[in-house]
Design a protein around this ligand. Structure first.
Ligand SMILES: Cc1ncc(COP(=O)(O)O)c(C=O)c1O
Length: 260
């Protein structure tokens, strides 16, 4: 990390501050020099959409800058509306909404993983997923790293370990850009009743297509798996098959069976 920071600093592209000009979402200006911003993670570019800006202004005057109460107790009304609307877009039954994907992984995984579960993770699954592993280990799960793309090893581990094996993967991997072979995963899930999967589909979700899905969940066979997500949370008496970061993406967890 320090070496990367040093290289970036030497290249003059570290900890920069953009000129205080109105932002258009595409370009930035440094010392008056305009450049195209290829570092934006706003894949849908909605932050400059006038309709959203107007909506945000209305919400600010109606609700203030924050609603500082735990959602375990009470939610502000716009959360329910947002959840309903996103549920329609995602074509699913319920959503959990968070301000970032990282926070959602931190909240969802400890609720889904049980003591004694073997948690196998692809070495390329996003860092935000991997950062929850110490917590899962602390809760009594056994994390095991897999070389990238080795679904065959997932099956081997699921068959040799007692109890549940939970596979953590990305629908489309951030660094390599390759997609999870969803039909293959689905076959694995069908063959191995103690195997479960949790998929971060940030890069497989966009603004177009059925359910705004392009990647993992666009796949018909995965849709079957997706509907089983409810099973995950049965012990919490909740039906929350998908989590959603309203900023830009949906994270869906896929699990083994259709809802029972
Ligand atoms: C696959 C994936 N998951 C999670 C994240 C983290 O997202 P957030 O910034 O919403 O926490 C990213 C960030 O780019 C990502 O690419």
């Amino acid at each position: 990390m320090h070496a990367t920071a040093k290289t970036l600093r030497q290249a003059g592209i570290f900890h920069l501050t953009a000129d205080p000009l109105p932002l258009d979402g595409r370009t930035l200006s440094f010392g008056g020099r305009s450049v195209i911003n290829f570092g934006s993670c706003s894949y849908l570019g909605l932050e400059t959409d006038p309709r959203l800006i107007e909506g945000a202004k209305r919400a600010l005057s109606d609700y203030g800058t924050q609603f500082s109460t735990s959602r375990a107790y009470v939610s502000s009304a716009p959360y329910a509306e947002l959840s309903e609307q996103l549920t329609l877009i995602a074509g699913t039954q319920a959503l959990a909404i968070g301000s970032t994907t990282t926070l959602l992984h931190a909240a969802a995984l400890p609720a889904l993983i049980e003591p004694g579960d073997t948690v196998v993770f692809d070495e390329q699954v996003h860092h935000s997923v991997q950062s929850v592993l110490p917590t899962l280990a602390h809760l009594g799960a056994r994390p095991e790293q897999l070389p990238h793309g080795r679904l065959d090893l997932v099956e081997e581990i699921a068959q040799r370990t007692p109890g549940r094996t939970v596979f953590l993967a990305d629908g489309v991997y951030s660094m390599y850009g390759d997609a999870l072979p969803v039909p293959e995963l689905h076959d694995l899930l069908e063959r191995n009743p103690r195997l479960w999967a949790y998929i971060d589909d940030a890069h497989g979700t966009g603004g177009l297509g059925r359910g705004a899905r392009a990647g993992c969940l666009a796949n018909a066979r995965c849709t079957r798996a997706r509907s089983s997500c409810w099973v995950w949370l049965r012990r919490l008496q909740a039906r929350v098959p998908a989590s959603c970061a309203p900023r830009r993406s949906l994270r869906i967890w896929c699990s083994r069976r259709a809802a029972r």
